[in-house]
Structures are given as C-alpha cells and as structure tokens.
Design a protein around this ligand. Structure first.
Ligand code: XMP
Length: 317
C-alpha cells in the first residue's frame, strides 16, 4: 500500500545518509520486527549489514533450519550460530523461571558479543524496536530488559556501546506487517505468533534438559501444525504447549504407564497485556490430543488451559 511505499522509500534514504559505508550488526530472532528491520537496512546498505541468528536450543522444531534458510533466501548476509550446548550447560539444574531467563540472557549476550567482535570495524547495532517498545519500557520481561538487568553488574558488553539504528521505532505492529508485506517478506514470517526470547525454556516447568526440549518440540509442532491445517492459526494470537513437571498414570495395551502431562495454551489478545483463552473446537482439541498421545513417546495426558489474563499470565513461567 502507498503509506508503506512512502515509509520504505524515505526510510531507505535516511538509512543511506545515516550509515554511509558503516557496518551494522543485527540479531535476528525469526520474528516479525527483527526481520522487517533487517530487510530495510539491507535495502539501504546491502552486505554491510551483518545479521546473526543464534540457535539457543530452545526454538520450535526445525525452526532454526527453516528460518535461517528463509533469511538466506531473502539475500540477507546472515550468520547462523549453533550455541545449543552453551545454553543447555548454563541452564543445567536451574528450576526458577527468572534464574532461567537470566542464564539465557547472559549466554545470548556472550554469544552475540563474540560474534559481533568478528565483524571488523562494526559501528552500529541494528534493532527491530517498534513504537510500543519505546513507550512501554515497563515491559519487565522483554529481551532488552533481560539484557539491562543482567548487565547492571560488570559493565556493558561491547556491542551495547555501538550506536543504535532502529528504523521501525515509529511504527505499530500492524504497520510493521504492512511494510514487511510491501517488502515481499513471506507470510510465514509476517504472520507468525509472538514467541518469547527464552523460548521453550519457560514452557518446560522446572529444569531443562535436551530430552525435555525434544519432547516439547514434538508436542508443540503437532499443535501448531494442527492449528494451521485446521485454518485456526490466524484466529489465535499466540499458542504453544507446556511440559508439566508431573507424571500421571495411564494405560497402554495391558501396560500401566506413568508419564508426562502436557498443557496446550491458545489465547486471543491485542497486545499480550490482557488475553482470553481461545474457545477452540472440541473436535479439534480431541484430534490434537490423540495425535500427541499416540505419537509423542513419554506423554500420556493432554490438558487445555482455560485461564484468561489477568489473573493468569499467557506463559506458565
Ligand atoms: P505473559 O506470560 O507475561 O506474556 O502473559 C505476555 C507476552 O510476553 C511474552 N513473554 C516474553 N517475551 N521474553 C520475551 O521476549 C520473556 O522472558 C517473556 N515472557 C513472556 C509471552 O510469550 C507473551 O507473548
């Protein structure tokens, strides 16, 4: 649409003037904002934009490979960094949600800092900050807040001393999507549900192991793909699965089982501040539950979260 066209044209002009021949480093998350910011900056300065996409081992099933491939398909200069083991090591034995968030934030900063040091003479940090992030620095759980709270001790990492370029900081989410559409970014990236920075770590209640991550990835993938095939994905604001630290008794053939319980969560919302649980069709929930229990080893019970926010939060941790 024309407003996006005008925005894109004038932003690219501004970015060219501001950045000249300087190099920019930008962390991609797979989400809408960082992707649109990256494509805009790339249009202005091409290969001088260096993107970094970190596999923290807490992403959805196949997410790292799929998203990396689609970034490469867009012509972005992107480096994928497999840091799974470093995150798992840092998380080992941690059970408390904020402790997990801090550990993840710290490893992310270390990995990102090391990667940005490899880019010779980088001058700028590109960010997908949008207008609501600017006005709402009260968002206690956001990734930048995690970074800030972590780095109150020990000084800032070097990449945080770079000059910041935030081409989307006057836009609302729907405007960012429109700009992304006009830029030709795929619906698969533009239409995706929000996904928290700490990823599946805050959907595995209690301590994290690679085995638990693998179980939750299977469950989550059945649920999300089910929503997509049933045409329900776009009616839901955010959805996911939670691995509970509970075993329950079941039967399989003549055998008694004692296995994990998972909860499914789907909400409608405008901005995540308040949310209603989605009245997904019983038929659909029944099919998904059967598929999960039949296919995912180690899970014998599925429950559906019917709590709204407030007083419940969207995430369980
Ligand atoms: P809650 O659970 O607070 O979630 O109702 C509201 C929105 O915030 C997301 N969320 C996070 N995002 N880092 C993030 O980047 C976090 O630590 C975090 N915790 C919650 C959540 O997924 C929902 O969209």
């Amino acid at each position: 649409d024309w407003t996006s066209d005008i925005f894109i044209e004038s932003t690219i002009e501004d970015l060219k003037k501001k950045l000249g021949n300087d190099k920019v480093v930008l962390g991609l998350s797979g989400g809408v904002d960082s992707s649109v910011a990256a494509v805009l900056i790339h249009k202005a300065i091409g290969k001088n934009l260096h993107c970094i996409f970190v596999d923290n081992g807490l992403l959805r099933k196949n997410e790292y490979e799929d998203v990396l491939a689609s970034y490469q398909g867009m012509g972005l200069n992107v480096k994928g960094v497999d840091a799974k083991q470093r995150f798992y090591d840092a998380l080992a034995g941690l059970e408390e949600p904020e402790a997990k968030r801090k550990a993840i934030g710290k490893v992310f900063i270390d990995v990102f800092d090391a990667e940005s040091h490899r880019i010779e003479d980088v001058k700028w940090l590109g960010q997908g900050t949008i207008y609501p992030d600017v006005i709402e620095s009260v968002s206690v759980k956001g990734p930048s807040a995690t970074i800030k709270s972590h780095h109150n001790v020990g000084g800032l990492p070097d990449f945080m001393k770079l000059k910041v370029v935030e081409p989307l900081n006057t836009l609302f989410k729907d405007e960012v999507r429109n700009v992304g559409r006009t830029l030709g970014i795929s619906e698969n990236i533009l239409g995706r549900h929000p996904f928290p920075g700490p990823g599946l770590a805050i959907r595995i209640l209690g301590d994290i192991t690679p085995e638990k991550v693998a179980i939750l990835q299977e469950v989550d993938s059945i649920f999300i793909n089910g929503l997509k095939s049933a045409g329900l994905y776009n009616q839901v604001w955010q959805a996911g699965a939670i691995l509970l630290p509970v075993n329950s008794v079941g039967v399989m053939g003549d055998e008694r089982t004692y296995e994990k319980v998972v909860a499914l969560r789907a909400v409608t919302s405008v901005d995540g501040m308040t949310a209603d649980w989605c009245h997904l069709p019983y038929e659909f929930l029944g099919d998904i539950s059967n598929e999960i229990i039949n296919k995912v080893k180690g899970v014998n019970r599925v429950v559906y979260d019917i709590s709204s926010k407030p007083p419940a939060t969207i995430e369980w941790e």
